[in-house]
Design a protein around this ligand. Structure first.
Ligand code: HEM
Ligand code: HEM
Length: 187
């Protein structure tokens, strides 16, 4: 099933979810690692190039995901979920979308502060716009880092929530994001 139904996630949503999850964690690890390299390391330049390119593609993917969600609404919440669980899960989902998209402007301003373009592999370049602002790269870098840690913190809580539903509540929350969902909405 390509599209979501009122009870189950279709494979497009499932694939988008897991590709996003793996890429976010990968970019976080790559970001921290590349910042620890010294100038003579072969990855000193390659690391950030890769990080920026994959980052821009991720943001495009998340925008596509939002459009997909708009034309193909997500399955209904499980009836066994408590009100606070539904509300907090929805807030977390929207925060993910907003925070991941915010990684673009902050990453863009770190890259382009001195007038350089932002290259996405050698496929295309996004030109610089605002330059010459004092500390622009530093401040954008701080915000980029804070948002990165916030996304990862949120992901830990989000994953713990999914595991709690799976192992303690024994409902189908996680199974349906893995594509194992049966028609039943309560297990
Ligand atoms: C950085 C990593 C992750 C991000 C950014 C992320 C993001 C999201 C978002 C935005 C949704 C809402 C999907 C929709 O639009 O319908 C969602 C749902 C979900 N995620 Fe994640 N996720 C991440 C990691 C994980 C992990 C590690 C797990 C499992 C251990 C997980 C399990 C789930 C489940 C079960 C749902 C479905 C919730 C429901 O049906 O209401 N996610 N995730
Ligand atoms: C949207 C496209 C993105 C661009 C253009 C981008 C760009 C950059 C750049 C240029 C740096 C180097 C920072 C510096 O020199 O101070 C950086 C660092 C970093 N990025 Fe990204 N990034 C993007 C997305 C992401 C995403 C989605 C994550 C994951 C959550 C992430 C996590 C990090 C981390 C953890 C660092 C290291 C922060 C530090 O220690 O200062 N980035 N990024």
């Amino acid at each position: 099933m390509i599209k979501n139904s009122s009870e189950a996630y279709g494979w497009v949503s499932i694939a988008l979810h897991w590709i996003t999850a793996v890429t976010v964690v990968g970019l976080f690890a790559l970001g921290l690692w590349m910042m620890s390299l010294d100038y003579y390391d072969t990855w000193y330049k390659k690391g950030p190039d890769l990080h920026r390119s994959i980052g821009v593609l991720l943001v495009l993917l998340v925008i596509f995901r939002l459009v997909w969600r708009l034309v193909n609404p997500k399955p209904a919440d499980l009836p066994t979920h408590k009100k606070w669980e539904k509300v907090s899960a929805h807030i977390a989902h929207w925060l993910f979308y907003i925070l991941i998209i915010l990684m673009f402007p902050t990453g863009y301003f770190i890259t382009t502060a001195e007038g350089q373009s932002l290259y996405v592999f050698d496929w295309f370049a996004i030109p610089s716009s605002i330059t010459g602002v004092d500390l622009m790269a530093d401040i954008s870098g701080e915000i980029h880092e804070i948002i990165a840690f916030t996304i990862i913190g949120l992901a830990v809580v989000h994953a713990l929530g999914a595991l709690k539903h799976h192992f303690l509540d024994k409902d189908s929350t996680l199974k349906r994001m893995l594509g194992f969902s049966s028609k039943s909405t309560s297990e």
